[in-house]
Write a protein that binds this ligand. Structure first.
Ligand code: CO
Length: 137
């Protein structure tokens, strides 16, 4: 099962410009910043209580996030739910008929294991499941 909302992912053109809003105006604490090559993004995590906001900016024009920004502009990109056993959850969701983007977990921010579910079978919401690494969270 999903244990909590881990983060909401927000696609932005420019991380530093966006931090003026989240960090300075909203007073969220920036806890992590990382280039996640595997996902073609540079990402920052900000704390909101026990949950996070994840700002993601594309590393290049061919990345999926760059294409998202081109189509939709900056804004809400995905919702991520935390799980304790991502392999078991992927198998269960697949058996339930949920369309997966990632059949296998891959490496996410802070060494977490992540997998994306297709918005077509997730009510139009790009959905991520996350199993944090031991050093994260
Ligand atoms: Co995410």
């Amino acid at each position: 099962m999903f244990t909590r909302i881990d983060h909401v992912g927000i696609a932005v053109e420019d991380l530093d410009a966006s931090l003026a809003l989240y960090d300075r105006d909203y007073e969220m604490t920036l806890v992590h910043r990382e280039v996640v090559e595997e996902q073609g993004v540079e990402a920052v995590l900000l704390d909101v209580g026990e949950n996070h906001v994840e700002l993601i900016a594309p590393l290049g024009p061919e990345t999926t996030v760059a294409k998202f920004l081109e189509r939709r502009g900056s804004g809400l990109h995905h919702v991520a739910y935390q799980v304790t056993d991502i392999a078991a959850q992927l198998a269960r969701l697949k058996a339930a008929g949920v369309r997966l983007i990632d059949e296998e977990p891959r490496v996410g921010i802070r060494n977490s294991s992540v997998a994306f579910l297709h918005p077509k079978s997730s009510g139009g919401v790009l959905t991520e499941i996350v199993q944090p690494s031991h050093e994260g969270h």
